[in-house]
Every structure is written in structure tokens, then in C-alpha cells.
Design a protein around this ligand. Structure first.
Ligand SMILES: *Cc1c(COP(=O)(O)O)cnc(C)c1O
Length: 220
């Protein structure tokens, strides 16, 4: 096996282990390979190894990297996981299949307008600022009901909730809180877990994990 296949196999094994302890199937979890800051040459081997879901956190970087890759691999699904400015909504809707960081009313409106103009309707996760950290994106848990109502009224395809727990503390309670919010509000998807904590996230119910470093190595 080459390095890309080995790393993919290792992360998939971790997901399978965590899924098993929580009575779920590994196939219930989508592994998003976060390729931000890595060049096309590093992404190609992952696609060759059979991987299909990739995550990027900047629209401009994705526009520079992905059109050519996608021409060769039209089956790839692109996930946007970074902060999204409303003035980039049209470009994001044009390029991405799933948006994980919808976090405020103005962005809901911009995405709804962009989806209305194009024929595309990406799946959306609403990002929750689960640790109430001012420097992080996401709506506060208390703002979630209104944001969900607005997104649903605007006909966005809301498929779940997303969070990034605070650094350097045990993430499990934050993952559990996101899962509780999702249950309370009738959404199924849970985008949570990164290289350091994806097994914990899967054990608590993650349907989508966003893994960069464990697949591609450091970002320099
Ligand atoms: C960069 C990033 C990741 C991946 O982080 P790793 O620790 O490299 O796995 C996941 N989610 C978001 C929102 C990110 O920005």
C-alpha cells in the first residue's frame, strides 16, 4: 500500500472501531479528507485510493485547486468547512456540494439567494459555537432555534449541525451537547471530530468527521 492508502486505512479503522462501540456501522460515517493547504499532487493519491469526500476552508484556494481535479474526477464531493463571507455565497454554492459553516441570518439569506439563482442546492450544516468562544464562528446555542427556522423557511437543505469544540479540553461533553441539540431540533447530521478526536466524535454520534492532519500530514 502507498502512504495515502495506509493513512486512509488507519483512519477508516479508527472510525470503524468507534462506530462498533456505539453500535453503529462505519458506513454511517462520512470521512471528509480536509485538503486545505495541501496541493493537488497530495490530493490525487487519495482519490486514486478511492476517497471521494474532501474539505476545504477557503473559497479562493478551492477555486484554484479543484476545477482541474474535478474535471478528471467528477465523482468527488466537495465540503466547505471554513468561515464563509456572505459575498462569497454565490461562489460557494457553485463549487461546493455541502456547506458545514452556515452560522448567521445574513449568510442564510445570501445562500438562499445564491441557490435561487443557480440550479444548485448544497446540503447545509448549521455551525454552533458550542464552547461560546468569541473568536470562533458558529451561532450560540441559544440562537440556534431562530437560525434553523430561518434556514428552513428559506428552503436551505439543512441536514445537520456542526461544531469545533474548544482547544485543549476534553471534547466529549461538547460533542454530546451538539448531539442533544440535533435531537431536540429534529436534524440527523452531526459534523464533528477532527484528527485528534474523531473516534470520540464517532462514538458520540458523528455522521461526518473532518480529518486533515491524520491523512495529509502537517500543513507547514
Ligand atoms: C482544518 C480543519 C479541520 C481538520 O483539522 P485536523 O486537525 O488537521 O484534522 C477540521 N475542521 C475544520 C473546521 C478545520 O478548519
Amino acid at each position: 500500500m502507498n502512504e495515502a492508502s495506509e493513512r486512509l486505512a488507519a483512519v477508516r479503522a479508527g472510525i470503524a472501531r468507534a462506530a462498533a462501540v456505539s453500535g453503529r456501522e462505519a458506513g454511517d460515517v462520512t470521512l471528509i479528507a480536509v485538503s486545505k493547504m495541501h496541493p493537488a499532487a497530495s490530493i490525487e493519491p487519495m482519490i486514486a485510493a478511492g476517497h471521494r469526500d474532501f474539505g476545504e476552508s477557503r473559497v479562493q484556494e478551492a477555486q484554484a485547486k479543484w476545477p482541474e481535479l474535478r474535471e478528471r474526477h467528477p465523482e468527488v464531493r466537495l465540503h466547505f468547512i471554513g468561515r464563509l463571507q456572505s459575498n462569497k455565497a454565490e461562489e460557494a454554492v457553485a463549487m461546493f456540494d455541502v456547506l458545514h459553516s452556515v452560522d448567521r441570518p445574513s449568510l442564510v439569506d445570501a445562500l438562499a439567494a445564491a441557490a435561487g439563482k443557480s440550479a444548485r442546492r448544497p446540503d447545509c450544516f448549521l455551525q454552533v459555537n458550542i464552547g461560546d468562544e468569541p473568536q470562533k464562528g458558529g451561532c450560540l446555542p441559544a440562537e440556534l432555534p431562530a437560525l434553523l427556522d430561518r434556514a428552513r423557511a428559506a428552503s436551505l437543505a439543512v441536514v445537520g449541525l456542526m461544531c469545533i469544540p474548544p482547544d485543549a479540553v476534553e471534547p466529549a461533553p461538547y460533542f454530546a451537547l451538539l448531539a442533544k441539540l440535533a435531537r431536540r431540533h429534529g436534524v440527523d447530521g452531526l459534523s464533528m471530530g477532527m484528527s485528534g478526536d474523531y473516534e470520540t466524535a464517532v462514538a458520540i454520534g458523528a455522521t461526518h468527521v473532518r480529518v486533515g492532519t491524520a491523512l495529509f500530514g502537517g500543513r507547514g
